[in-house]
Structure formats: structure tokens, C-alpha cells
Write a protein that binds this ligand. Structure first.
Ligand code: SF4
Length: 440
């Protein structure tokens, strides 16, 4: 979607056609989740194909802002970034501002009206199902995100994503495998499989859940890539077949990101999560039995309309008993256009905040003690970067840590290490989310 207004706003096509010959310096700011990051990489790939030069945003004359609009906080962050860019343009330090992504998709006309300095508004990127899009990677060369599908079927009553992203679409296996082979040939060591609901992969084009089959094919075609990580699994779509493939395939990280959102039966129903309390607990038991070493990451929402103190205490007990390796939390964000927006029994903001603080405090304690199990262990660590603080110090991750969102391992090494190296590390210290040790 490209927004036009009464004032003739030149579209990105006009702008590209007009300017391509002159080749502008284009920079991008990406906000939001890893899925948005992939969209930003595709946008940069197109911009480069148009003959423009990709530069750091500080040196750009054309700024692209790839926005997020998932919840209130994210919308505010996107608006603040627009205001900053508008200020730079008023100072003559920027020639063009292009706003893309979820906020552009959700509030295009309003943005055009509100900010006269915006030159183009481009809504959510359409996922190319068949071709491998040209991308400029915004991640270090050894790790990459591979988006296999877009949007989702679930329509949780608090979520705007299906309204922003439209109907669920999967990329063909051929297209995903081609991209993975390209990353593998390029020396990639880790790929993070993403979508809004990766466990629904293939339900549209193959008429069945096909993630397990895709993972087996990815494992078979990769030589350099040693870690295949799964992010954003929908609990109700996790099959026994998928669990068996995760358990049985060495290259698949023993790690699963599976947002549960809550445990109280009536709230799971009101959220339209298609899972009961009993089914949720059974799934966790199955995962823990079938893949005992797996690191489980989840997310919870507190303060959803109708959440009582008893519901919250039930959630706290569940978190204390289940001991997730990693758990994030959000205070419910009332989003217009979602069913729950209109519901009675909205929980006051101060109660939401108190519950979120309590939940995160409990989880920090659990994370700390979960990390202690690694003390004295020797773990396989993927080096992400050299520490700028000290020679011989590096930052890396174990297979139990996703990039950006989880902890890290500080590695001391006599031997010179480079990003993308795997090294065995003897763990000497453990912290709430991080570890520290020596290369052995
Ligand atoms: S699964 Fe639910 S929360 Fe996740 S993107 Fe889909 S509708 Fe939103």
C-alpha cells in the first residue's frame, strides 16, 4: 500500500525512477521484531537494486523508517522516531523520509496528514512466496533470520497483526531451501526460522502443517549451518511430528520459543488461544519428556480484560512450578480494532504494572537458578563478536540463547576467535540471563 494525499505526495516509485540515475545515499532505521528486520533487509535489497547506496542512517540523505505498531509502546517508539527524522529534515540534514512497516500499514492516512515532511508511506511488505528476495543482511554474516510465512490464522482477541498483515501465507519449500542454501554457501552458521506462527507453515499451500518436513529438508541441504532455531511457535499447532524432529535432528537447536500468554482457562478462551489449561500443561510435559535438555522460552500477558487477582496468582504458580528457562511479559495493551478493545472489566494500568513487575521478579529468580545448572559444564558457544572492552574477551551464545532477545556468554580465550566460530567453553560464572567462561 502506497499512500497518496491531496498534496501530490511522490510515491517511492516516482522517487526511485527520478533519483535512481543520481543514486541517493539511503539509510534505514528498523524497529520492532525480527520479522520486521527481514522486511527491512528486503527493502534495502530493492533500494540497492534501484541504484542507490546503502549507508548508515547518520550519513543518509534519504531515511527509511521501518515501523512497528504491535502495541501502544511500539507505536509511541515509531512516532518518536518519525518526529526525530522530521526534525532532521527541517534542519536540512535529510532530503527524504519514507515510512514503512506496520504503523504505516495501520495508520497511513493519519501519518500523511500529521507529518507534512513525510515523502512516502509504504505499508507492510507482501511476502514473496516463490522467489528468494534480494536482501541486504542487517545481522552479522554468520547468523540470519529466515521468514517462512506471514501473518496467522489465530486471530487472538488482543492482537492487531492479522489485521495489519492480512491472510496467512507460506513461502514454497523450494524458495526457503534456496535462501537457506545461499546463506549456507555464504558461510552462515545459524538460521533463525521466523513468522508470526511458524507452526502453521504450509497449512495454506500444502494443506497441512509442514514445518517438520521443511526442517528435515533444511537439515539435509546445509553443510556450514549447524544451528537451526525455531522462533514464534503457536502452542496449539505444535505437533508430535514436530517435537520428534526437534528431538531427533542434531542441527535443530534444543530451544523452542512458544508464547503461551496465560494459563487461566477462561482467559485462554477469551484470548482465543485455542488451548485449555490442561492442554497447555500437557504440551509442556510432553516437550520436557521428549526433549529434556530443551530451553523453553515463552511470553505472558498480564492485565487482560477480566483478569482477576486469582487468575494472576494461578499464572504465578504456573510460572513457579514450570520454571521456564526464559519468560517475557507484557502488560495488556488495549488495541483499537481488536475484539478485546471493547470489552468490559478492563484492568487499571497501575494493577497491570504491579502484576507485570511481580511476574518478572519471580521469573528473574527462576532464570538465575536455571542458569546455575551450567556451572562447571563445557558448552558449545557461537561467537558473535569480539568484546570492545578487553583483548581476548568475546561475546557469544549457546544453542539455548536466541540472538537479540536472550542472554549471552562472555568468553575468555587465549586463542584468537572470530565471529561465526564455534568454541567449547568451560562455564565459570552464571548470572540471571548470562554466563561467563573460558575457551577450552
Ligand atoms: S498468534 Fe495470536 S498473538 Fe501471535 S500474531 Fe497471531 S493473532 Fe497475534
Amino acid at each position: 500500500m502506497i499512500m497518496k494525499s491531496k498534496r501530490r505526495v511522490r510515491t517511492s516509485k516516482d522517487f526511485c525512477a527520478e533519483r535512481a540515475s543520481q543514486g541517493q545515499r539511503v539509510g534505514i532505521i528498523n524497529l520492532g521484531c525480527a520479522r520486521n528486520l527481514v522486511d527491512a533487509q528486503v527493502i534495502l535489497g530493492n533500494v540497492q537494486k534501484q541504484g542507490h547506496t546503502i549507508v548508515d542512517i547518520k550519513n543518509s540523505e534519504v531515511a527509511i523508517l521501518n515501523t512497528c505498531a504491535f502495541i501502544e509502546e511500539a507505536k509511541k517508539e515509531s512516532i518518536d522516531a518519525i518526529v526525530d527524522l522530521v526534525e532532521l529534515k527541517k534542519q536540512g540534514r535529510l532530503k527524504k523520509i519514507i515510512v514503512t512497516g506496520c504503523l504505516a500499514q495501520r495508520y497511513g492516512p493519519e501519518l500523511i496528514k500529521e507529518f507534512k515532511e513525510i515523502d512516502a508511506v509504504i505499508g507492510a511488505q507482501k511476502l514473496d512466496q516463490r522467489n528468494v528476495p534480494e536482501q541486504i543482511l542487517l545481522t552479522p554474516g554468520h547468523t540470519a533470520y529466515v521468514k517462512i510465512c506471514e501473518s496467522c490464522y489465530n486471530c487472538c482477541s488482543f492482537c492487531v497483526i492479522p489485521a495489519i498483515k492480512g491472510k496467512f501465507v507460506s513461502r514454497t519449500m523450494e524458495s526457503v531451501l534456496k535462501e537457506v542454501e545461499r546463506l549456507d554457501a555464504g558461510g552462515g552458521k545459524e538460521i533463525n526460522i521466523i513468522g508470526q506462527d511458524i507452526t502453521a507453515y504450509g497449512m495454506d499451500i500444502y494443506h497441512q502443517k509442514s514445518l517438520a518436513r521443511l526442517l528435515q529438508k533444511i537439515a539435509a541441504v546445509t553443510k556450514n549451518i549447524q544451528w537451526i532455531r525455531l522462533l514464534y511457535a503457536f502452542p496449539a499447532h505444535v505437533t508430535d511430528e514436530l517435537i520428534d524432529v526437534i528431538a531427533g535432528e542434531d542441527k535443530i537447536c534444543k530451544y523452542l520459543d512458544i508464547p503461551l500468554q496465560h494459563i487461566s482457562g477462561h482467559l485462554l478462551k477469551a484470548m482465543n488461544r485455542n488451548m485449555t489449561t490442561r492442554q497447555t500443561m500437557a504440551l509442556i510435559r510432553k516437550l520436557r519428556t521428549r526433549i529434556p535438555e530443551a530451553s523453553l522460552r515463552t511470553t505472558f500477558i498480564v492485565g487482560f480484560p477480566g483478569e482477576t487477582q486469582e487468575d494472576f496468582e494461578e499464572l504465578l504458580r504456573f510460572v513457579e512450578e514450570t520454571r521456564f528457562d526464559k519468560a517475557g511479559g507484557f502488560a495488556y495493551s488495549r488495541e483499537e480494532g481488536t475484539p478485546a478493545f471493547e470489552w468490559p472489566d478492563q484492568v487499571p494500568e497501575n494493577i497491570k504494572k504491579k502484576r507485570l513487575d511481580k511476574l518478572m521478579k519471580v521469573q528473574r529468580g527462576i532464570s538465575q537458578s536455571v542458569q546455575e545448572r551450567f556451572l562447571g559444564e563445557t558448552l558449545n558457544v557461537l561467537i558473535d563478536e569480539k568484546s570492545l572492552e578487553e583483548k581476548g574477551l568475546y561475546i557469544g551464545r549457546t544453542e539455548f540463547d536466541a540472538p537479540e532477545v536472550d542472554g549471552a556468554v562472555t568468553v575468555r580465550s587465549q586463542k584468537l576467535l572470530n565471529p561465526g566460530d564455534f568454541v567449547s567453553v568451560k562455564i565459570r560464572d552464571t548470572y540471571e540471563y548470562d554466563l561467563a567462561g573460558e575457551a577450552v
